[in-house]
Write a protein that binds this ligand. Structure first.
Ligand SMILES: O=C1C=CC(S(=O)(=O)O)=CC1(O)O
Ligand SMILES: [Fe+2]
Length: 365
């Protein structure tokens, strides 16, 4: 059995972790209310055009930028690299792939120094940086913790039509697959890929893209996620809840998916597992296993498959979408095919009638 060893090839920048996302939002105050007043992210600094937010354990300037704009979109998926020299490597790595590459020694956003921004081979705006302003790490400031405290940025999730192509590019960048979803014919529906020793820094989800499926923040415990749900109920904002809370099959994490005021999807996520050994075993799930995305077999709501945020090019224009041509997971599990099982050897008919077809809403499917 061969194992993927997580080492970047010679010319790839040494990516440490997913570090920040720059989101375009249409109403800065409305979004500030959601991310700060409801979710408890900490304001590092703000001006009339942008708010720089961080999670409680973070020491770099920001994990999320909310930038005012006319159309909701993602302006950058930002990764921290290990050394300043990795920015030179990033420039060369992407130039060698024919990608548009820009560099700003002063940084493209507040709090960062020398940075590289690229339109990557999949059409996503990626940013790489090393120099960053350090701010107070609030781990020990228990007097500012809320019951739903978000402690770290955990991962991105990207929608792209050709998952194997995306995986190959990201493996060149030094990422390694920890889990994926396939079918018996070998079609790949999604792959989770890491640099830091958790299940993923980003995931490639098969669909029309490039689009952003979600950005995920971690809490320490499951009860923090339930506290967020209870708070949303108390504020009569429960319609921000799209999916969950529940337990994932993939990643084993406990989860909740929210939609922000512009529809951007935010996952709240806790307790996946360590993946840092070079021989970390990859987990492959069957697309028809109805416990793959929810360990308790709770159906995946259709909007979770269909909706995602547009992304921008380096000039701030919306990137055009490319349709996925491989089979769609939604069609395979809740659409016309609608086949899923709890016990593979017994097949779908062993499930109660009401459970078969996983999640058939006649007016939607
Ligand atoms: O972070 C994740 C971990 C697991 C899953 S899944 O719904 O279990 O596939 C989705 C996800 O990508 O958001
Ligand atoms: Fe996620």
């Amino acid at each position: 059995v061969s194992y993927d060893v997580v080492t970047p090839d010679a010319d790839a920048p040494d990516v440490l972790r997913c570090a920040s996302m720059e989101l375009v939002v249409t109403d800065l105050k409305r979004s500030r209310d959601f991310y700060v007043d409801v979710l408890g992210l900490v304001v590092t600094e703000e001006d009339d055009d942008a708010i720089y937010l961080r999670s409680l354990e973070e020491f770099i300037h920001h994990n999320l930028i909310l930038r005012k704009g006319d159309t909701p979109a993602v302006a950058a998926f930002s990764y921290r690299v290990r050394t300043p020299e990795d920015l030179d490597k990033a420039e060369k790595f992407y130039a060698a792939r024919g990608c548009e590459v820009r560099r700003n020694k002063e940084g493209f956003v507040k709090g960062l120094g020398d940075s590289v921004r690229v339109q990557d081979p999949l059409g996503f705006p990626y940013e790489f940086f090393y120099e960053v302003e350090h701010v107070k790490r609030l781990c020990w400031d228990y007097h500012v913790y809320t019951p739903g405290a978000l402690v770290r940025l955990d991962h991105f999730n990207q929608v792209t039509p050709d998952v194997p192509k995306a995986v190959a590019y990201m493996e060149d960048l030094g990422f390694r697959v920890t889990e994926d979803i396939q079918d018996a014919e070998g079609t790949s529906y999604a792959a989770w890929m890491r640099r830091k020793p958790t299940v993923h820094d980003t995931a490639m989800t098969g669909g029309d893209g490039p689009r952003m499926h979600h950005v995920a923040f971690a809490t320490h415990e499951k009860h923090n996620i339930i506290a967020i749900c209870d708070k949303l109920g108390a504020l009569r904002l429960s319609d921000h809840i799209e999916r969950g809370p529940g337990r994932h099959g993939v990643s084993n994490a406990y989860y909740l998916y929210l939609r922000d005021p512009d529809g951007h999807r935010v996952e709240i996520y806790t307790q996946d597992y360590y993946t840092g050994d070079p021989d970390n075993p990859r987990v492959t799930w069957d697309v028809h296993d109805n416990q793959r995305r929810d360990w308790w077999g709770t159906p995946v709501v259709p909007s979770w498959y269909t909706d995602a945020s547009r992304v921008l090019d380096l000039d701030g224009n919306l990137m055009p979408l490319t349709e996925r041509t491989d089979d769609s997971e939604m069609a395979q599990t809740i659409g016309a095919d609608g086949f899923s099982y709890t016990r593979k050897e017994e097949g779908e008919e062993s499930m109660p009638e009401w459970k078969q077809g996983e999640y058939k809403l006649g007016h939607q499917l």
